[in-house]
Design a protein around this ligand. Structure first.
Ligand code: NAX
Length: 325
């Protein structure tokens, strides 16, 4: 019997996890032959709801779900794990400034980072979802120096998927026809969805849409899609975010298809002139359980300017949490 992949998930009683955990347990992340064990972390007041999530997982009788642990102890959650999905975070409350959110979530990610440093396998693969995701990952990385820093990533796959879907609709193509989408930067409204390198059925997307659409409609629509979902639904994207986490990890583990790539926020190595160490979204090719930032893409002045703006925002966020890193 194959040993299960052990996956820690924080914020496991929340909205995103209510969709995501069932997809993972059904084999969506690691495939139909790989058992999984879920190590679910919540804050103490949410343990009742978390136990209800476990009851429902049990009631699905998923053949691949080898074990479900529910805990409010990070040490228990992070021991013996292969993957950690950091979904839990404090939401922005009324009257709260972005800087308050950075500091409040920074406290969560610095303390969980320290526990990861103490008990987690150094090669654990991490995906941070809780917002501000890139800077939370940056804080976690700084507080967990024993971990392989390359493996500390943040989610921009939802933005990548949103961008593919918007372009497919615009040009009347199917999603599988779209290749080489890029999201550069921060998972925020400064992100840079970029169709310059996209192919649609093998033809350049840039030649199929006018530049004004790409700049003035496509970029803001993708960057503000989260807010549009909140307006329509009354709460933030949940099922699509859970789906994106499944996609992010599945690409990382199983690889990207030949001739395509995905967007992942990863520690910058200085590629494209971005400050080293910031968690910045790049196009990456995944192979053998690892990723490489796609090098050598031509970036026009408009996109380059926007990439710098998003980098500047990440630098400001890093400065705001400097005491925790
Ligand atoms: P919910 O508020 O439904 O769930 C969050 C859960 O985290 C709660 O159950 C809470 O008890 C738990 N939690 C809080 N602090 C914790 C801690 N220290 N340890 C363990 N658990 C803790 O939010 P949900 O809709 O699931 O969203 C979760 C996060 O994802 C939010 O920060 C949200 O902003 C972020 N998102 C990120 C996206 C991305 O693409 N990167 C998109 C979707 C979403 O907006």
């Amino acid at each position: 019997m194959t040993a299960p992949v052990r996956i820690a998930v924080t914020g496991a009683a929340g909205q995103i996890c209510y969709s995501m955990l069932f997809r993972i347990a059904a084999g969506g992340m690691f495939g139909p032959n790989q058992p999984v064990a879920l190590q679910l972390l919540e804050i103490t007041p949410a343990m009742g709801v978390l136990n209800a999530v476990k009851m429902e997982l049990d009631d699905c009788a998923f053949p691949l779900l080898a074990e479900t642990i529910c805990t409010d102890d990070p040490k228990t959650a992070f021991s013996n794990i292969d993957v950690a999905l950091f979904v839990g975070a404090k939401p922005r409350g009324p009257g709260m400034e972005r800087s308050d959110l950075l500091v409040d979530n920074g406290k969560i990610f610095s303390s969980l980072g320290k526990v990861m440093n103490e008990v987690a396998n150094p090669d654990v693969k991490v995906c941070v979802v809780g917002n501000p995701a890139n800077t939370n990952a940056y804080i976690l990385k700084a507080n967990a120096p024993n971990l392989n820093p390359r493996n500390i990533t943040a989610l921009t796959r939802l933005d990548h998927n949103r961008a593919i879907s918007q372009l497919a609709e615009k040009v009347g193509a199917g999603v599988p026809d779209i290749q080489k989408m890029v999201i550069w930067g921060n998972h925020s409204t400064t992100q840079v969805p970029d169709i310059t390198h996209c192919n649609v059925g093998g033809k350049s997307a840039a030649g199929m849409v006018d530049q004004a659409w790409a700049r003035d409609e496509f970029i803001p629509t993708v960057a503000k899609r989260g807010a549009a979902v909140i307006d329509a639904r009354g709460s933030s994207s949940a099922a699509s975010a859970g789906n994106a986490v499944v996609d992010h990890m599945a690409s990382w583990i199983n690889g990207t298809p030949e001739g395509d790539w995905v967007s992942m926020s990863v520690p910058s190595d200085g590629s494209y002139g971005i400050q080293e160490g910031l968690i910045y979204s790049y196009p990456v090719v995944c192979k053998n359980g690892d990723y490489e930032i796609v090098q050598g893409l031509a970036v026009d002045d408009f996109i380059a300017g926007k990439m710098k703006e998003s980098e500047a925002e990440l630098r400001e966020e890093a400065d705001a949490v400097a005491a925790m890193t």
